[in-house]
Design a protein around this ligand. Structure first.
Ligand SMILES: [Zn+2]
Length: 691
């Protein structure tokens, strides 16, 4: 396997640091973690020197806002979610060498070191400017503390540092109609001093390094975004903030100020590597710093979602470049977004499949989710997860093809030959075709993985399983065993070689399944270079016990998940409802034309064959009359008798369900459609006017 395109000796792989302000959902996994994990596992299988780092991003306004919302401290928020996120990653087999956190001292120190390095070189522009300030909360408003309309794409809800819709990075003063997310009010301007990174100064360098140097390397979606930002011209960006949570700016004159979270967060990759090196006795600088001989430099790859492209392709490389001692990213294979059941994934609307809930509901089925997410990764455009598709892929592919093949080979081998691999006597043309296919596939899969085309890689992997399943089904050893046992030995041998190859090639994609297959085959592969061979299991080799690898997802399971999502939608719709907008003004004359009186309900009965209607007999003070009222869902007839009500008596009579209704009872209706009577505070004479 010499043609695998892995030209570097050493690899530094990062996945985007998740914000420690909420649990993880499938969109996170599909964005920056499953692709990176497949890549890293593949590198390790090829015996590459690789470090894979990640950690919780524990600074930034998202954390402090969450703490305010939950009535607790930022520290309590990050402790809770860091532990939860870390556990989810472990459970899904995301194989970080370290999962660190940016609240650690080693990270604060390294971030300050970076800031001082650039400060002492005179890279920053120090500037007093007018910034938005919330007078009610006594706080400057940056990043997520301020929202408004994006000046670029005109969508609402853009944040002070970025529009998540179009990905453009912003300054708070760029926003149209800015609003404080603390008080909900328009902010005022106040003077404050900050330190700006002169991105405009680095623009010529970025054009050369990125636009010219990475044209053939970056994915088209990533390259296109970078080109459009550079085309519109970069502006200096403030690297400091007036906040009380984050890394202190290490300057006397900046007391009380913090580093911008997108300055310190990517440095989190480096501090995580530093901590890992301390823990394991490694040298972190080999993975991050330029080496004396450039050929010894590590290959740095950032796996992220598309909302982070600007920070990983423009800001962070500019910081690394200005510092000078560090390597630059080789590639930034950003994914687009994953949608769920026709709608955007949303934490605030609870429209998500949460990883911790998934594992409660589908225990032990991590690889099933990894499989389905890998087959629909949003590599080139947004993609969609639906539970029906999840069920179809698990049942029709994992269970019916892959799992079925592995189970059949093992069960038959145990049944006919005591679980021993038998000699092949004579190879047929079909056998030879299978062997040549086995040789071909690992190269194709490797080619796809090294080009970050993981969907394609997984599809090829499934083709190997299909090949095996078809070979076994066509060969029909269960019939053949009565007439030609020698041929059955060969068929099962060939099938077992396919199974062993599948076990090796499953490792990057389905790590838990691969482990179980190795146990079933009683075999462990040294690495990817063994894939493609057809003598992995020698004659006489004793197999382990057969187990079912996958089981079907039932309709009930799918229905339960869909019901859960629609319940969240309902809850959300209720919360989102507000009181109706004001109607246009009317004149006093128009108002006094309405004759509204206090009346008393004398009798009430349900209107037959209706749910909502009560027939009421009302003493209006003027007369006794019949009114049909739509209140039966909220009041039983016996409850309302004797109640005083407000009644519009000069409404044109109307026939409702065959009853002539003479007037209308006035009711209060809340945003959820609940009704209540409008009544005087103390009992008044029937016929009293209301105006
Ligand atoms: Zn925008």
């Amino acid at each position: 396997m010499s043609n695998i395109a892995l030209p570097f000796k050493r690899y530094t792989i990062t996945s985007a640091l998740p914000y420690a302000n909420g649990p993880l959902h499938i969109g996170h996994l599909a964005g920056a973690y499953i692709p990176a994990d497949i890549y890293v596992r593949f590198l390790r299988l090829n015996n590459k020197d690789v470090v894979y780092v990640c950690g919780s991003d524990e600074h930034g306004a998202a954390i402090t806002i969450k703490a305010k919302k939950e009535g607790t401290t930022p520290q309590a928020i990050i402790d809770k979610y860091h532990a939860q996120i870390k556990l989810s990653f472990e459970q899904f087999g995301i194989s970080f060498d370290i999962y660190h956190r940016t609240s650690e001292k080693i990270h604060h120190e390294l971030s300050q070191e970076f800031f001082l390095n650039l400060y002492e070189k005179g890279e920053f522009i120090e500037q007093v400017t007018e910034q938005y300030y919330d007078e009610e909360y006594h706080q400057f408003l940056a990043d997520r503390y301020i929202t408004g309309t994006c000046p670029n794409c005109k969508s609402e809800g853009a944040y002070g540092d970025q529009c998540e819709k179009c990905g453009t990075s912003l300054n708070p003063t760029d926003l149209i109609n800015p609003i404080s997310t603390l008080s909900g009010k328009p902010p005022v301007l106040r003077e404050t001093r900050h330190w700006y990174l002169p991105l405009d100064k680095y623009q010529p360098w970025l054009e050369e390094w990125l636009l010219e140097g990475k044209k053939e390397v970056l994915k088209p979606n990533v390259y296109g975004q970078c080109r459009s930002w550079l085309k519109s011209g970069l502006q200096p960006r403030s690297m400091t903030r007036d906040l009380d949570w984050g890394v202190d700016v290490p300057l006397e004159e900046a007391k009380g100020k913090k580093l911008y979270v997108w300055l310190d967060a990517p440095i989190g990759y480096i501090s995580a590597t530093k901590q890992w090196a301390l823990d394991t006795g490694n040298d972190w600088e080999k993975y991050w710093k330029k080496q004396i001989n450039p050929a010894d430099d590590a290959c740095l790859i950032h796996f992220i979602g598309k909302d982070n492209i600007v920070f990983h392709c423009i800001t962070f490389p500019s910081i690394l470049h200005a510092h000078g001692e560090y390597i630059l990213p080789e590639n930034v294979p950003a994914n687009e977004f994953l949608n769920l059941e026709g709608d955007k994934l949303s934490t605030s609307r609870n429209h998500a499949v949460w990883l911790h809930e998934y594992l409660d509901e589908f225990p032990g089925k991590q690889d099933e989710l990894r499989y389905v997410l890998t087959s629909i990764l949003p590599e080139t455009s947004d993609s969609e997860f639906t539970w029906k598709d999840f069920q179809a892929r698990v049942n029709n592919e994992l269970v019916a093809i892959f799992g079925n093949f592995i189970n059949r080979v093992l069960v038959l081998s145990h049944k006919y030959f005591g679980g021993k691999v038998m000699e092949t006597s004579q190879l047929t043309d079909t056998d030879r075709f299978i062997f040549s296919e086995l040789e071909r596939y690992p190269k194709h899969i490797a080619g796809s993985v090294t080009q970050f085309r993981f969907r394609e890689a997984l599809a090829q992997f499934m083709n190997v399983a299909r090949l095996g399943n078809k070979y076994l089904a066509d060969s029909e050893p269960w019939k053949l065993v009565k007439t030609d046992e020698e041929r059955v030995k060969s068929v099962l041998n060939v099938s077992l070689q396919i199974a062993a190859n599948l076990a090796i090639m499953a490792r990057p994609f389905l790590p838990h399944t691969a482990q179980r297959m190795f146990a079933m085959l009683n075999f462990e592969a040294a690495g990817w270079q063994q894939a493609g061979r057809h003598d992995l299991l020698p004659a006489g080799h004793q197999l382990g016990e057969a187990q079912l690898l996958f089981e079907k997802i039932t309709d009930e399971q799918v229905d339960a998940q869909l019901a859960k999502l629609s319940k969240a939608k309902e809850t959300n719709a209720r919360a989102a409802k507000t009181v109706p907008e004001a109607k246009p003004n009317i004149s006093f004359e128009e108002f006094v034309r309405m004759d509204i009186r206090v009346g008393k309900i004398l009798a009430a009965e349900k209107v037959a064959k209706t749910k909502k209607l009560l027939k009421l007999t009302i003493d209006t003070g003027i007369d006794r009359r019949t009114v049909v009222s739509g209140i039966a869902e909220f009041f039983a007839p016996e409850e309302v008798v004797g109640k005083q009500v407000a009644i519009l008596v000069n409404l044109e009579p109307r026939e409702i369900k065959g009853i002539v209704s003479q007037g209308m009872i006035l009711m209060a209706e809340d945003k959820d459609g609940r009704l209540d009577f409008v009544v005087p505070q103390t009992e008044v004479q029937s016929g009293s006017t209301i105006r």
